[in-house]
Design a protein around this ligand. Structure first.
Ligand SMILES: [Zn+2]
Length: 263
């Protein structure tokens, strides 16, 4: 490998770490305090001690501090390091496999928004509008970047129908459950997320994603239902199953649909 290529890859890796670090800030602050996202100094979530700059360097500070706060010695969640590394590695992989740098940045941002949604939804059972609307916007404009290597769907009409179908299917589920049983089955955040994914992949993806998201969601909640004898009306974060099903559709959708049609 030439030194020049190595230099670019290391630069992309470091930028990925910084983006991952910012994603961690969004995961923590977006659901609770939107004002301090860009201006607020980072602090330990346990003792609220403001972090010195040298304790706030992605990856290195975590290793240097042995994963513990310098002040109160409480363990820093492994999530921080996981998201920083995920971001850095995915950024480098996109950079290696795609030749258009604009496309690399575009898909890296989408990947990180999906990660942020997964972690916020798991903890708070919400998907902030800022994330969903950004995804919807990116999903819509991606139809116009005809020179992208990665294209999920090249038909603007199918994309827009996908967005509308995705949104209205979940909206209908919410509406029916509310009217018939007076329970909140899913949130409007799930409907907006489904709209974004429908815009990305086209309307054909919607039944597939909903079907597999339901199965994945059920597998997730089954242990806690059995253990605590809760019923199915327990609050379920539906964002992570929807995103997992969309990723399955992206990689194996055609093969799985082919198998279902065959039998
Ligand atoms: Zn602390």
């Amino acid at each position: 490998m030439s030194q020049e290529i190595l230099f670019y890859q290391v630069t992309i890796f470091i930028m990925g770490l910084i983006l991952g670090s910012f994603s961690n800030v969004l995961i923590y602050r977006l659901p609770i305090d939107k004002k301090g996202i860009l201006t607020g100094r980072s602090f330990c979530i346990f003792c609220k001690q403001k972090l010195k700059w040298f304790d706030n360097i992605p990856l290195l500070s975590f290793i240097n501090l042995n994963g513990k706060c310098r002040n109160c010695k409480k363990s820093i969640s492994f999530r921080y390091i996981f998201i920083e590394l995920f971001s850095a590695i995915s950024f480098v992989l996109l950079y290696i496999y795609l030749d258009n740098i604009f496309e690399v940045v575009f898909y890296q941002i989408i990947l990180m928004i999906l990660m942020i949604i997964i972690f916020i939804d798991l903890k708070h059972f919400i998907i902030p509008d800022e994330l969903n609307f950004t995804l919807i916007f990116l999903a819509l404009i991606h139809n116009f970047f005809t020179d992208f290597n990665l294209s999920f769907n090249d038909n603007l009409f199918q994309s827009i129908i996908g967005g509308l179908v995705g949104y209205s299917v979940i909206w209908s589920i919410i509406f029916l459950y509310d009217k018939l049983k007076n329970i909140e089955a899913m949130g409007m955040g799930d409907a907006k997320l489904m709209a974004a994914l429908g815009l990305f992949f086209g309307w054909q993806s919607v039944p597939f994603v909903l079907f597999f998201a339901s199965i994945i969601g059920l597998i997730f909640v089954l242990p806690s239902i059995l253990r605590t004898k809760k019923n199915l009306q327990t609050e379920i974060p539906f964002g992570p199953p929807i995103i997992s099903a969309a990723i399955l559709y992206f990689f194996k959708g055609e093969i799985i649909i082919g198998m279902i049609i065959k039998y």
